[in-house]
Design a protein around this ligand. Sequence first.
Ligand code: TRP
Length: 557
Amino acid sequence: MAGAAGSPEKTWSSRTAFILAAVGSAVGLGNVWKFPYEVGAGGGGAFVLIYLVFVFAIGLPVMIAELLVGRRGHAAPPIAAETVAAGSQRHKSWAWLGWIGVIGAFFVLSFYSVIAGFSLSYMVETVTGRLGDLTPEASVKHFTDDIGGSFAIVFGWHTLFMVLTVFIVARGIKGGLEQAVTYLMPALFVLLVGMVIYSLSVGEAGKALQFLFQPRLSDLTTDNILQALGQAFFSLSLALGAIMTYGAYVPRDYSLPRSAFIIAAADTAVAILAGLAIFPLVFQYGLEANAGPGLVFITLPLAFAEMPGGVIVGGAFFLLLSIAALTSAISLLEPTVSWLEEKRGIARAKAAVWGGLAIYLVGIGSVMSFNVWSDVTFWRGTVLDNIDFITNNVMMPLGGLGIAVFVAWFMNPEAVRSEVTGISDRLYKAWLNLLGFVCPVALAAIFFSVSGADRLVLRIVDLAGYGVSEDPGERLLHATIVFIVMIMPSLLAARRRHPQLALLAFVNVVAGWQPIGWLFCLVWAHRPDLLTATRRAVGARDDRVQASSDERSGSAG
Ligand code: TRP
């Protein structure tokens, strides 16, 4: 089959190409648009500090794991996850990890493209001088009425952006993705560094540095912390297919931890540089740092309108934002396309066009969220709000949790070790511990809180009969405890291939008998003979397989 998994055209041609593409995926609207406004709204330095901790303690370990599943499975995410699971004698339903990826990336791109379209439109408007004399009120009106309020304009730019994305992806990995990032990433870098130098020299550099790097920990709220973790995952492109798909094209001799470290470090550097480009201007022109999502589209144009040469500086800024968005968008289209190619046998160009078209059509819902349907709200808000909520608040933490738990607990340990090369045993252990313990707890906590599932779960379990707390911090704590106490025993049992026990532990805990669930686990973990007897008694099929009956025939090729 043309373009099937394992064919030579489906690998990166060099380590540099891979790193550029992955950094291109990571660096996007998340860095230049979202990060600065979240820092602004989240109180500055304190947010930056915990963001850094989350990127390296939680994001980086998951990125290594996600690349690992992709490379070992060497195929589009659902196929890769299933293959790797089978190789570790695990159930093929682990394919869901890949499905979260393909479906998640599909829906993220549907609205990502709309916001990228705003960036394109602002670039053209700035350069043509249409934003030349702007008052704060006019800027708000311009965004919500003139641009956002016009279906035709938002739709047109969404169309153009999707066409660009499809065009690149259709040309394949070497001819499309690699070519694009080889030109676009250096351009992005030059623009960004230029912006930072300009901004620091003409703007309020001191205030900006203080704002970004002087943490006042008292500024941190539960919401901020959750937001920082979600942002770390979004910015690193984790858990929604992109990294797993790019991982599938990585040759066996590249070190995954080293690559992941470079990608995470570059992504973080760009986010901070974007902050250094934006905040000196914000303070210089007396604008609001905590303007929220409108920071880049409503607040910043005011600075461009006022400064000498703002046409050029502003144009460069929106060009930078558009380039960043484009290299991310191709990584959001790639999972769908590689799945269509490999599973359905559709030729690449066709797969890109059909996949892109489907995403484009779904994206019209997000286009209309700004105008025709701006009043149509249900559940979490507009259509865009709902898609954003499901992908970022439900699928992303769940997918990350799944990847962490799968690799740390369910994969054959020798297989994992053989993929994670280029680091010392001590670092390896540290990684495994972070992945197996810290990441699942953090991701479960974020999943419960941001999806609202904590209310449901806490209502069912109702810790000690207190009722469900209204304080978000307290709820977060309770949900975390519930996860450790309630879900962990079941997972531990499932890992030991004791499905009945897993169910039993779960039921016990839901019924409010947590200690009994744990007791079963402890006894059965330490007395396998008891277990075998019990299993025989319940007539269970003994499907224990030796871990050493090794998975897959070795090389990935
Ligand atoms: N990381 C990109 C950004 O910061 C967005 C992105 C690209 C993404 N691919 C992804 C987010 C996959 C989640 C999953 O803008």
